[in-house]
Ligand binder design. Structure first.
Ligand code: DGY
Length: 319
């Protein structure tokens, strides 16, 4: 049987690329540069399937220009805000994502950011690294204790629940907002808040785990930052769109928010240069899911979805 033609837009894990090359006639973008609109439109005439990352944007305009040859986008990401899903559905293009497999890696990174932000990781590292550490005092670099503190989670899906499990390991008092209340076995004792506003009032630490949608754009704005308890720490490993970065900086300037840990920014790659002026903001370059284990699992999940589709089945992660 002739193999289906597959375009892989970025350098995925070796194991993923080997499996893809075994089962598909695959073209890999070894340059590892993001696919442009022109690349995507041209590829749609040559390939039956694409495995994109969140770096390739399937806007309505791009989707309108796709060739009918392209049948499926098997995303190598859980987030699909780079895809105009209604436009793709209207063109009859199947879209899948990679849920579950990156939850622990992303939740680990949220813990790292929470701990690092709370305990002066940026300023402390810089001080030691630059040889500027010349004294010590009990009043020196005093941070905010995580153990036993209240943490608010917005979005109690798979990543949010994995983060909650890790936070419980630090004896944190877990509160959450979600579109619907979880069953007791999923909530594991976490306290449900039916509104974001109610959650913010108790969120000494706040961690965002919801998708970027038109409804969640600037979910954390000036009014909502002001609803946090004074001295709150804010963590975002979900999407940059969720935070109004100017409002965050204003809250940091007032000292109302004492620190933030960010893996996602409004502008990616690059981030926000204004945020780099804040030593109390611990920043990473969108690497929540970047562990070897998880990269293999994401690649295999994307390929599982493709295999199912071309076998005439409904892929397990079809959106
Ligand atoms: C995801 O899977 O959505 C991560 O942000 C990496 O793309």
């Amino acid at each position: 049987m002739t193999k289906k033609r597959l375009w892989i837009t970025r350098r995925l894990s070796d194991a993923t690329l080997e499996r893809a090359a075994r089962d598909y006639e695959v073209v890999i973008n070894h340059d590892d540069t993001p696919g442009t609109a022109e690349d995507i439109i041209a590829a749609s005439a040559e390939f039956d399937a694409i495995i994109p990352c969140h770096s390739e944007h399937f806007s309505a305009d791009v989707v309108a220009q796709l060739d009918p040859r392209l049948k499926i986008l098997a995303n190598h990401s859980v987030g699909v805000d780079h895809c105009d899903l209604p436009a793709l559905a209207a063109r009859g293009i199947t879209v899948t994502n990679t849920p579950d497999v990156l939850s622990d890696a992303t939740a680990e990174l949220a813990m790292l950011l929470m701990l690092g932000a709370a305990r002066h990781a940026v300023a402390g590292d810089r001080l030691v690294r630059t040889g500027g550490w010349d004294s010590w005092s009990p009043a020196f670099m005093v941070g905010k204790q995580v153990t036993g503190a209240r943490v608010g989670i917005i979005g109690m899906g798979r990543v949010g629940r994995s983060f909650a499990a890790k936070a419980r390991g630090f004896d944190m008092d877990v509160h959450y907002y979600n579109r619907s209340e979880l069953s007791a076995d999923l909530a594991q004792g976490a306290t449900y808040h039916s509104t974001i506003e109610s959650l913010l009032g108790v969120a000494d630490f706040l961690s965002l785990h919801c998708p970027a949608t038109p409804e969640t754009t600037d979910l954390m704005n000036s009014e909502r930052f002001a609803m946090l308890p004074p001295g709150a720490v804010v963590v975002n490993t979900a999407r940059g769109a969720l935070i109004d970065e100017d409002a965050l900086m204003a809250a940091l300037d007032r000292g109302h928010v004492v620190a933030a840990g960010l893996d996602c920014f409004k502008v990616e790659p690059g981030g926000n240069p204004a945020l780099s002026l804040y030593d109390n903001v611990f920043m990473l370059p969108h690497i929540g899911s970047a562990t070897r284990t998880t990269r293999d699992a994401m690649g295999f999940r994307a390929l599982d979805n493709l295999d199912a589709f071309f076998a005439g089945q409904t892929p397990q992660d079809q959106l």
